[in-house]
Design a protein around this ligand. Structure first.
Ligand SMILES: NC(=O)c1ccc[n+]([C@@H]2O[C@H](COP(=O)([O-])OP(=O)(O)OC[C@H]3O[C@@H](n4cnc5c(N)ncnc54)[C@H](O)[C@@H]3O)[C@@H](O)[C@H]2O)c1
Length: 286
């Protein structure tokens, strides 16, 4: 496990080597915490950035992979993290969710956090006009991208014996019209509403539920949405921070929400988009 020389950075006086080691261990935000991260497809996945941020702070992690197509890549990535495990799970299948949670319980005994970084809509629904959304495309997008948060939260909650934190990923297309995002915007609206209902259900058990609304990032899922490159470019040009959103920025915000630093926050949607969503006009005016 990597650790940082924070004892020195904070100006505390190291007494001996043992003391220094102890200080380093206790400085890790997620030392001894156990997390389940759903949604790694490859190194570019937002879920992988969250894995890197949380592992850096001492968390032990379990990952899912959706099916055999992703197995090798996810297993290879997990091999690089001490004590990490992987299980196959398609979140559209309740039996697979139950089997994965059994595996998580056998491996960890309990869970401290859950990351849901999963979305899907058939490609043909992510181009053209929303009015042409098919009945089946609507059902699929809502089931995989929104209902799955409810299903995995319900399955994970009994393992959160000492409270916990759940984080999911959303996008501005839930509240504003973004060309091509179409039914995925409607699914994200349902996801964000689910965050609030789940936060209210699970709050009395000490479990927090939040979402991060990320700016556009070129990932496997994002490549299915028409015009992603133009959206990334627009962020670079006009977002207040004048740069495109990076996976690591999302990873570190997730770390904050998953750790005790975020202990007073639940039912919230936090934007990590360089401030793009605050703009009232997208036309460059000078
Ligand atoms: N990339 C962006 O621009 C962006 C912006 C805001 C929000 N998001 C959200 O972030 C999340 C992660 O997406 P990403 O951009 O990292 O792309 P990604 O392709 O790396 O991750 C999407 C993951 O969803 C998984 N998935 C899809 N259907 C599944 C199913 N039935 N069962 C299990 N897993 C399934 C895929 O296997 C993949 O691992 C998504 O919810 C996405 O909507 C992405």
């Amino acid at each position: 496990m990597r650790s940082r020389p924070l004892a020195h950075a904070r100006g505390t006086v190291p007494v001996d080597n043992e003391k220094i080691d102890k200080e380093k261990r206790y400085d890790m935000l997620l030392e001894g915490k156990k997390g389940l991260i759903l949604g790694v497809a490859n190194k570019q996945s937002i879920a992988w950035a969250i894995a890197e941020s949380t592992a850096r702070e001492g968390a032990r992690l379990i990952f899912n992979y959706q099916n055999d197509r992703f197995k090798d890549k996810v297993e290879k990535l997990a091999e690089g993290l001490e004590g990490a495990k992987t299980f196959q799970c398609d979140v559209g299948n309740d039996d697979e969710i139950a089997a994965m949670m059994k595996g998580v319980e056998a491996e960890f005994g309990e869970l401290d956090f859950l990351v849901h970084s999963i979305a899907y809509a058939p490609t043909e629904e992510l181009a053209g006009e929303y009015i042409n959304t098919s009945r089946q495309g609507f059902a699929t997008a809502l089931e995989v991208s929104a209902y799955s948060l409810v299903a995995v939260s319900r399955a994970a909650a009994p393992l959160m014996k000492n409270g916990g934190s759940i984080v999911t990923l959303t996008y501005l297309g839930s509240e504003r019209v973004v060309p091509h995002y179409n039914v995925m915007g409607v699914a994200k609206a349902a996801l964000e509403s689910s965050v609030r209902y789940l936060a209210n259900d699970l709050g009395p058990r000490g479990v927090r539920v939040n979402a991060i609304s990320a700016g556009p990032i070129r990932t496997l899922a994002a490549r299915g949405v028409g015009g992603i490159s133009k959206m990334v470019e627009a962020h670079r040009e006009i977002a207040p921070l004048r740069h495109a959103t990076e996976q690591a920025e999302v990873g570190d915000t997730a770390l904050f929400l998953l750790s005790s630093l975020g202990r007073g926050i639940t039912g919230e949607i936090i934007f990590v988009d360089g401030g793009y969503h605050i703009l009232g006009t997208l036309a460059p005016v000078s």
